[in-house]
Design a protein around this ligand. Structure first.
Ligand code: NAP
Ligand code: ZN
Ligand code: ZN
Length: 355
């Protein structure tokens, strides 16, 4: 039996309305390999919304979302040497894996069949995992990240999911060659970080968005080279066959044909968005253009640390709207309408305890 002796407080969704409310619960006592963290900031990922509303069909209520966590270490177990009390650390989407399978041995814990998510999962001790919309979290040291000194805790928090989710496929699928042309479909939390990585890798970056609303910011603030409105057939036609790769971060069902048409021969479309229903895959443009469609799921711990260090070096952070915990339901409603520039981050440390 787990020793659930650490009192915790957070906000949980309790049914498919996805509405969150204050929730008292317990976390395990800090074990020999554990780090207990006082949470300062937590980003709001669209996956939090999908889960709170059970859009993917595997939510177990109550669920405390949040997997873009930055905080301070308050306790370390006897086997922990890399972290000490007071260190600033991060926790992302995963808090466990088997650590022994061939996938884990390749530092790809994110694809381990026994991977444990930061929330809405069953932990090794049989208890439920609860995420970062809460005051403290207890995590095995292997799944804790060092947070580079020059990254701000609030605007750096979204890197722990949004950042690694686009960084990992960009590396794996070879989207890092300077001068190549990258399309970023969907300018939300993931998409806006993909634009920044694209520019850091020396790519030409074109944003593909549903409306012209974000155009000026995409170009002037985020550094994109061009902007395409996906509902404008004239713009799409003019850009046909010009992109080497597209990273598709769109959170809802959408047609793939226009994106495939934007690719050059041998182009790659990599999907990271997770709409709640399948997408239709048009075969002709794939076959006739020798194109490739791939997917990718966050990243392993080693690569996540590499990504954080890369962001520290290149000064890459998210553009955020900092909110109080009690704004969460309005924030989630706004995420559902793509009305955020470009990531909400909850000021957990200053607004949760004072409720
Ligand atoms: P987000 O901030 O809400 O951004 C998603 C963007 O998708 C929106 O800003 C919007 O871009 C576009 N969009 C939304 N509805 C659309 C529609 N009906 N048609 C066309 N475009 C639409 O979400 P996020 O946090 O970046 O997450 C994006 C997706 O990735 C979610 O499904 C999330 O669950 C998934 N995700 C996957 C992983 C992974 O490891 N694979 C990790 C994290 C998140 P415009 O305003 O520019 O049109
Ligand atoms: Zn996420
Ligand atoms: Zn494994």
């Amino acid at each position: 039996m787990a020793n659930l002796s650490q009192k915790a407080f957070g906000w949980a969704a309790t049914d498919t309305s996805g509405v969150l409310s204050p929730f008292h619960f317990s976390r395990r006592e800090n074990g020999a390999d554990d780090v207990t963290i006082k949470i300062l900031y937590c980003g709001i990922c669209h996956s939090d919304l999908h889960t709170a509303k059970n859009e993917w069909g595997f939510t177990k209520y109550p669920v405390v979302p949040g997997h873009e966590i930055v905080g301070l270490v308050t306790k370390t177990g006897s086997n922990v040497e890399s972290f000490k009390v007071g260190d600033r650390v991060g926790v992302g989407v995963l808090v466990g894996s088997c650590r022994t399978c061939d996938i884990c041995q390749q530092d790809l814990e994110n694809y381990c069949r026994k991977m444990i998510f930061t929330y809405n999962s069953t932990d090794k001790d049989g208890t439920r995992t609860y995420g970062g919309y809460s005051d403290i979290i207890v995590v095995d040291q292997h799944f804790v990240l060092r947070f580079p000194d020059n990254l701000p805790s609030d605007a750096g928090a979204p890197l722990l999911c949004a950042g690694i989710t686009v960084y990992s496929p960009m590396k794996y699928y070879g989207m890092t060659e300077p001068g190549k042309h990258l399309g970023v479909a969907g300018l939300g939390g993931l998409g806006h970080v993909a634009v920044k990585f694209g520019k850091a890798f020396g790519l030409k970056v074109t944003v593909i968005s549903t409306s012209p609303k974000k155009e000026a910011e995409a170009i002037n603030k985020l550094g994109a080279d061009a902007f395409l409105v996906s509902s404008d057939p004239v713009q799409l036609k003019a850009a046909m066959g010009t992109m080497d790769f597209i990273i598709d971060t769109i959170a809802a069902v959408h047609p793939l044909a226009p994106l495939l048409d934007l690719l050059k021969m041998n182009g790659k479309l990599v999907t990271v968005g997770l709409p709640d229903k399948p997408l239709e895959l048009p075969i002709f443009p794939l076959v006739l253009g020798r194109k490739l469609v791939g997917g990718s799921d966050i990243g392993g711990m080693k690569e996540t640390q590499e990504m954080l260090d890369f962001c520290g070096k290149h000064g890459i952070t998210a553009d955020i709207e900092l909110i109080r915990m009690d704004y969460i339901n309005t924030a989630l409603e706004r995420v559902s309408k793509s009305d955020v520039r470009y990531r909400f981050v909850i000021d957990v440390g200053n607004s949760l305890a004072s409720l």
